[in-house]
Design a protein around this ligand. Structure first.
Ligand code: HEC
Length: 145
């Protein structure tokens, strides 16, 4: 069984505080170390981003030059994202969007919910794995003008 730890100082714990799927190192609006120590692959990240079966990212986000039809505009375009955000900031936005924007429609892909609401086979399982999120971080932070 996974150990659930949220590293947030009790003094500034957000009201909607929740648990990440593993121990993560949070600093401000960033997660400073790769999740579970995985290293990301940008090509796999592009596939996960584009796949409607995996991340669903293209339902809400568009990227100029990405070869996918019908990209969404619910969220901001992520073209040249690597010029605007660091890998550490991108990691937090994917793993825990609700840490940044409590009311956002964007799912927190590395969140695990309270332990009572889901069947045991889903307990402690985030929507995307640490490896998949690191692949996305590698892809998105490589997007530069
Ligand atoms: C249901 C819609 C939705 C989905 C699905 C979604 N996002 Fe988002 N995303 C948003 C919205 C909306 C925002 C802006 C935050 C806000 O204001 O709520 C955002 C913000 C972001 C940001 C910050 C962008 C910036 O300019 O600061 C990143 C990075 C991001 N999303 C990446 C992703 C990735 C990667 C995926 C897929 C794993 C994804 N999003 C899936 C809606 C979505």
């Amino acid at each position: 069984m996974s150990v659930l730890i949220m590293l947030a100082s009790s003094a500034c714990q957000p009201a909607n505080s929740y648990q990440f799927a593993s121990d993560v190192q949070v600093s401000g609006d960033a997660i400073t170390a790769p999740l579970e120590g995985k290293s990301g692959d940008p090509d796999r990240g592009r596939e996960i981003f584009s796949s409607r079966a995996l991340g669903h990212c293209v339902l809400c986000h568009a990227i100029d030059g990405l070869d996918v039809d019908f990209q969404g505009d619910v969220g901001p375009a992520l073209t040249n994202l690597g010029d605007r955000l660091t890998a550490e900031q991108i990691r937090m936005r994917i793993a825990g969007a609700q840490n940044i924007w409590p009311e956002t429609v964007m799912p927190s892909y590395y969140r695990v919910d309270g332990l009572n609401r889901v069947g045991s086979e889903y307990k402690g399982k985030p929507a995307l794995s640490a490896q998949q999120i690191e692949d996305l971080v590698a892809y998105l932070s490589s997007l530069k003008a």
